[in-house]
Design a binder for this molecule. Sequence first.
Ligand code: DAH
Length: 384
Amino acid sequence: MSAPNKNYDPVAVSSLSPGEVSRMLDEALAAVAQAGSLEELRAARIAHAGDRSPLALARAEIGALPPEARAEAGRRVSAAQTQLKDALSRRQAELEADRDQRVLVTEAVDVTLPGDRTPPGALHPVTLLADRLSDVFVAMGYEVAEGPEVEAEWYNFDALNIPPDHPAREMQDTLFVAPSSGPGSAGGPGLPSQGSSGLVLRTHTSPVQIRSMLTRPLPLYVVSPGRCYRNEALDATHLPVFYQIEGLAVDEGLTMADLRGAIQAFVDAMFGAGLRTRLRPDYFPFTEPSGDVSMECHVCRGASTDPGADPCRVCRSQGWIEIAGCGMVNPRVLVACGIDPDRYSGFAFGLGIERALMVGHDLTDIRETVDGDVRFSRAFGMEI
Ligand code: DAH
């Protein structure tokens, strides 16, 4: 700042002359008008309205003027600074509005667009059918029982009246986990001591019958879905790993009429009422008598057997579809489980779940159930 000087001519202080102040103002206003972004405006503000700006420096010169000249010079500089301040605020508001507008456009979210869905997954159709089949029996008062997949040979065979040298063991291609320690080994509860003692991957769910009879109070009504294993090559009709569902009832006075009733109720629940069921003699060591259960074909209802009628793929024009094995529990099995066959009788049935799925949905290749292709599950209407 210059020192006060009585003889100082205000008009001669060049930075405070009206022409100079208005030039500084014009320059400042031009810079403000040209600022194309908030950044540029910030720079213009520092350059033209900051502490080191020409106007600020000119204001600092006022003190050097003679007193009578200061007021006028002060008004001139103040007016310029006020005008500049207004221009800065207006430009600031304009640039902010521009920026907000741009953000609205570039960061716009279209809330009507479909979102990205993370597939939640779904239960496999075989699992769903196993649950549904179980539910049918649970609704009739049955309990769900489970057993191990690595099963003692005694439960899988011996207790089911399939002794080691019985040809019926050949009916099922067994996968062995640990060999039997040979003849003379300890049997299971209630069996003579020549029983097998090895471990197998269970070949059917029937050993759960034995486990249920040995551990649950009578009367007994159980259903047991589960995975089974057989040494089979994978082809269109065979799986080495598959699911069965087993039913067992043990009570006083049960007869084949009860078995028939249970089967009919099951078919009604699965395929809708009105399909007939049929039992034909069969052989299973653990039931006597034994039968195979067929139901009337739910697709052609037998019409395909009429001479000249269209063939039916589902029942191969047989009119009937075999769905399960069944029978009255062999008294030897009851005895093996410590149940008095003179007082109690029982019935049992077992069916393959993949096969039931194939029948219900007209599938021709059982391998589709294990391919793991989600389109298979989607075809069952599942959201995956
Ligand atoms: N366990 C038999 C199998 O896997 C199926 C079966 C037949 C189960 C008759 C039963 C039954 O309970 O009574 O071939």
